[in-house]
Design a protein around this ligand. Structure first.
Ligand SMILES: CC(C)(COP(=O)(O)OP(=O)(O)OC[C@H]1O[C@@H](n2cnc3c(N)ncnc32)[C@H](O)[C@@H]1OP(=O)(O)O)[C@@H](O)C(=O)NCCC(=O)NCCS
Length: 146
């Protein structure tokens, strides 16, 4: 994800989320030392993105979304596989994330990726207020073979 991607990314974010990230959040995500993001394009149009950071041996997935027209086509699977491989190469052995407790699609996706629920954070989200599931997954050398 580069600065020139942000208009498309923000449009997609607004389409998908009830409490979307503002452009500044994506700007920070693309400009920090250990903060980065990947986009997926189809016909020069951004159809998905995944954002993350890492510190030491721990990585955190901060955002992930796929355009509704392109879901269940392994777009997010490809994105997360790439992210896990990259952070493994940077020395990470664990990835965490938060997801809305009612977001069954995303929870199913993360479970398919072997994330497990660690604990819950009440009132973590706004618009609507909702608790978060904190999920975790170990990252092993197998990621580098994907
Ligand atoms: C969660 C999300 C990113 C998944 O993207 P996707 O590209 O459709 O996911 P994939 O096609 O790569 O799915 C990979 C596997 O995850 C599981 N999965 C994904 N979506 C699922 C769903 N809605 N229901 C059940 N399982 C699901 C399946 O096992 C799937 O494999 P299969 O299609 O072969 O059965 C997408 O639904 C999305 O953008 N949701 C809205 C934004 C969001 O909630 N982001 C997460 C914020 S924490």
């Amino acid at each position: 994800m580069t600065v020139s991607d942000l208009p498309q990314v923000v449009m997609l974010e607004n389409l998908i989320f009830s409490d979307p990230w503002p452009e500044d959040a994506f700007l920070e995500q693309t400009s920090g030392d250990n903060w980065t993001a990947l986009v997926v394009e189809s016909d020069s149009r951004i159809i998905g993105y995944g954002c993350y950071f890492w510190a030491g041996t721990k990585a955190h997935l901060t955002n992930m979304a796929v355009h509704p027209d392109y879901r269940r086509k392994s777009v997010a699977k490809r994105l997360l596989t790439d992210i896990l491989r990259v952070v493994r190469k940077s020395g990470c052995d664990l990835m965490t994330l938060e997801v809305r407790a009612g977001n069954a699609d995303a929870i199913a996706f993360y479970k398919a990726f072997d994330f497990i629920e660690l604990y819950r954070r009440p009132n973590y989200y706004r618009r609507p207020v909702e608790e978060a599931l904190v999920m975790v997954r170990y990252i092993t050398d197998d990621e580098e073979e994907n």
